[in-house]
Design a protein around this ligand. Structure first.
Ligand code: 5GP
Ligand code: MG
Ligand code: MG
Length: 188
């Protein structure tokens, strides 16, 4: 969906499709050199990571496999608690694999630290994380990010997989949502 369709809901376009694809290509080159000769297992975290997974996987000049996880965070409306429930687990065994977690955005980092802790016990040969977006709060928790697309301001963004109330995911840009669309505190 083009931004023109929801122009009135958006405050600012943060990242254009061109900026996103250029950065994803750069990151793909890094991943190729880090995982040369391997067949990594890319794990996308549903649902926000669908777009970045689709673009990154097609950009990578490596044989690879893809799998998906769905998690939900028990928290209040505005902050994740770090307690995570697995809604859909992997269908692929991780043992001995080079695993790359693919995320849309890391905010507090709590969801990801839980996921990493969970994954560490599953016997992967290596575990890496790629996130398209990182917010400033993520810097304060100790969650190792191997590949970061963009550092963005602490504003609620939508598009390129990211939603508000399950909408705006199909926008080709990443944009700041006007606060009056959600009213009050930024949603999760
Ligand atoms: P955290 O890193 O705080 O545990 O949580 C990350 C999750 O919060 C993301 O997967 C996403 O669902 C949600 N989130 C955080 N910031 C934003 C944002 O700016 N926009 C959208 N759409 N979701 C966000
Ligand atoms: Mg996510
Ligand atoms: Mg969401």
């Amino acid at each position: 969906m083009d931004t023109a369709d929801v122009q009135g809901d958006l405050e600012d376009i943060l990242l254009t499709p061109e900026q996103i694809s250029t950065r994803i290509a750069e990151i793909a080159r890094e991943i190729e050199s880090d995982l040369e000769g391997e067949t990594p297992l890319l794990v996308g975290v549903l649902r926000g990571a669908v777009m970045v997974m689709a673009d990154l996987s097609r950009e990578l000049r490596l044989p690879l496999e893809m799998d998906w996880m769905a998690v939900s965070s028990y928290g209040n409306d505005h902050k994740s608690s770090g307690v995570v429930k697995i809604l859909k687990d992997l269908d692929t065994a991780m043992e001995g694999r080079h695993v790359l977690i693919v995320e849309d955005i890391v905010d507090s980092g709590l969801t990801l630290s839980w996921l990493l802790e969970n994954f560490r016990s599953r016997g992967a040969q290596s575990l890496r994380v790629m996130t398209l977006l990182r917010k400033p709060d993520a810097m304060t928790v100790d969650v190792p990010l191997d590949y970061v697309g963009f550092d963005i301001p602490n504003k609620f963004v939508v598009g390129y997989g990211l939603d508000y109330a399950n909408r705006y995911r199909s926008l080709t840009s990443v944009a700041v949502l006007k606060p009056e669309v959600y009213g009050g505190n930024p949603p999760e």
